[in-house]
Design a protein around this ligand. Structure first.
Ligand code: NAD
Length: 413
C-alpha cells in the first residue's frame, strides 16, 4: 500500500472537513495551495574547512487572519513537500485557537547531529540572510521546531536585527534574557496535557490514573512527561532517536530529564528495559503520545497500537491510512492542530509581550494557556458531537471555516 506524501495527506484531512462544511471548490483550491514558497541555497563552511551546501525553505501557506507563523526545523527529511504540509497545519492550528496569525513553516534539509555551535550559527545566519526579506514582526514570525531551540532563535533574531533594527518580536521561543517569555519552553508539552485532561474529564476518566507512553524526549516529549508526572499520571515508557525504555513501575521522569539535559539518551537510564522504537508504539497503555516526528503511525503499524487514546503531540504523526484504522478500532485520536497548539499559543503570548514591551509572570502565561487550550478542546468536542465526526474533522472544520471567512472578507476570491 502506497501512502500519500505529507502535503497530499494533510490535504486529504482538509477534504474530509471541507465536505462537512460544504466548502465550494474555489475556496478549497485557494486554501489547499500555499501562498508563497521560498527555496534558498545555504552554504556553510564546516570547522574542518570543507563546504556543506544545503537547501532551506520557508513556506507561507495562508495569511488571511494575520502574519504568517510557524517553526523552523533542521532535519534531513525537511524537504519542500514536508514543509508545505507543516505550513498548512499551522494555518488550521492558529485559526482553531483563534490566534491572529496565518500559517507558515521553515526547514533546512540537513542533519545537524554533531555540528559545532560555530557551524550551527553560521548555517542559521546564512539561512536567515536568504529568507529575511519575507519575514517581519507583522509579516512572518518563525519559532523553534525539531532540532532548533532558544539558542538558534537568538541567532535568528540577531541576524534579522542586523539589517532591520532591534526586533525581538521577529522570532518566538527566544532565551529569557533576550525577550523570551517565562512559560514558552514548556508551553507545547503543558498544552498537550491540558487538552488530555479535558478529554479525560469529558470521558469520565481521571488524568492521574492514566498510563502513558511518550515517543520522543525533546522539547515537547520531555515537557509532556514532566507535566504528566506533576499531575500524578504514570509515564511507563519514553524514547528518543537511539531507542526506547519501558518501566511499568513508572519512568523516573525528573531523572530522565536530568540525563537527557546532560547530553545522554533515555536508553542509558539506570531503571527500565530497553526496547526498540517500533516496540514502544505497540505497548499496552491508556495514552500513546507520539512527540517526535511525522508519519510514525501508518497503515503498516496502526493495527498494533494498544492505546485507548492517541495524543498527537508531534505534527502529522498519524497518516490518513492509519487514522482510518485507529477510528475503526475505536481509538480516539486527539489531533495535532489541537493537541500541540500550546506551542503557537505560547508564541503568541511571547510576541504580544515583545510588542507591548510588557512582561507577564509565568503564572499568568500558564493560566491563559490552560484557558485557551481547554476552551479549544470543548469547542472542538462540541462540533464533533453536533456533526457526529471525529475530533480531527471537527478541528480542521473550525479552522477552515474561520480562514475561509477571513479570505472572503478580504476579497481573496
Ligand atoms: P526536538 O528536536 O526538541 O525533539 C525531538 C525528539 O524526537 C528527540 O528526543 C529526538 O531524539 C526524538 N526523535 C528523533 N527521531 C526519532 C525517531 N526516529 N524515533 C524516536 N524518536 C526520535 O523537537 P520538538 O520541538 O520536541 O518537536 C517534536 C515534535 O513536536 C515535532 O513534530 C514538532 O513539529 C512538534 N511541535 C513542536 C513544537 C515546539 O514548540 N517545539 C510545537 C508544536 C509541535
Amino acid at each position: 500500500m502506497t501512502e500519500l506524501r505529507a502535503h497530499e495527506a494533510v490535504n486529504q484531512y482538509f477534504a474530509d472537513a471541507a465536505m462537512v462544511l460544504e466548502l465550494d471548490d474555489e475556496m478549497s483550491a485557494i486554501l489547499t495551495t500555499p501562498y508563497r514558497e521560498i527555496a534558498v541555497q545555504v552554504p556553510v563552511r564546516l570547522d574542518d574547512g570543507s563546504l556543506l551546501v544545503t537547501r532551506g525553505y520557508r513556506v507561507q501557506h495562508n495569511g488571511a487572519r494575520g502574519p504568517y507563523k510557524g517553526g523552523i526545523r533542521y532535519h534531513p527529511s525537511a524537504d519542500l513537500n514536508e514543509v508545505r504540509a507543516l505550513a498548512s497545519l499551522m494555518t488550521w492550528k492558529t485559526a482553531l485557537l483563534d490566534l491572529p496569525f496565518g500559517g507558515a513553516k521553515g526547514g533546512l534539509e540537513v542533519d545537524p547531529t554533531g555540528m559545532s555551535d560555530g557551524e550551527l550559527q553560521r548555517m542559521t545566519r546564512r539561512f536567515m540572510q536568504g529568507i529575511q526579506h519575507v519575514l517581519g514582526v507583522y509579516r512572518d514570525i518563525p519559532a523553534p521546531d525539531v532540532n532548533t531551540n532558544a539558542k538558534v532563535m537568538a541567532w535568528m533574531m540577531d541576524a534579522f536585527s542586523a539589517s532591520h533594527g532591534y526586533s525581538p518580536a521577529i522570532v518566538t521561543g527566544k532565551p529569557l534574557d533576550l525577550g523570551g517569555a517565562p512559560g514558552r519552553e514548556a508551553a507545547t508539552g503543558r498544552g498537550c496535557v491540558f487538552v488530555l485532561d479535558a478529554h479525560c474529564q469529558h470521558h469520565g476518566r481521571d488524568l492521574a490514573s492514566q498510563r502513558v507512553v511518550v515517543q520522543g524526549f525533546g522539547n515537547v516529549g520531555s515537557w509532556v512527561a514532566r507535566s504528566l508526572h506533576e499531575r500524578g499520571a504514570k509515564v511507563i515508557a519514553v524514547s528518543d532517536v537511539r531507542g526506547a525504555v519501558v518501566d511499568q513501575a513508572g519512568v523516573d521522569v525528573p531523572g530522565m530529564v536530568a540525563l537527557v539535559g546532560s547530553g545522554g539518551s533515555v536508553v542509558e537510564a539506570a531503571r527500565g528495559d530497553v526496547i526498540s522504537n517500533e516496540e514502544l508504539l505497540s505497548l499496552d497503555c491508556d495514552v500513546l503520545v507520539p512527540a517526535a516526528l511525522g508519519e510514525v503511525i501508518t497503515g503498516a503499524n496502526a493495527d498494533e497500537v494498544r492505546a485507548t487514546v492517541v495524543l498527537e503531540a508531534a505534527n502529522y504523526p498519524v497518516t490518513p491510512d492509519a487514522d482510518k484504522v485507529l477510528r475503526d478500532r475505536g481509538i480516539d485520536v486527539i489531533p495535532d492542530i489541537l493537541a500541540n497548539a500550546g506551542g503557537v499559543t505560547g508564541s503568541y503570548f511571547e510576541w504580544t509581550q515583545n510588542i507591548q514591551q510588557f512582561t507577564w509572570k509565568e503564572e499568568r502565561f500558564t493560566a491563559e494557556l490552560l484557558d485557551r487550550m481547554q476552551g479549544a478542546f470543548h469547542f472542538t468536542q462540541a462540533f464533533a458531537d453536533e456533526h457526529r465526526v471525529p475530533l480531527r474533522v471537527a478541528a480542521y472544520a473550525i479552522g477552515i471555516r474561520r480562514v475561509a471567512a477571513a479570505a472572503r472578507l478580504r476579497g481573496y476570491i
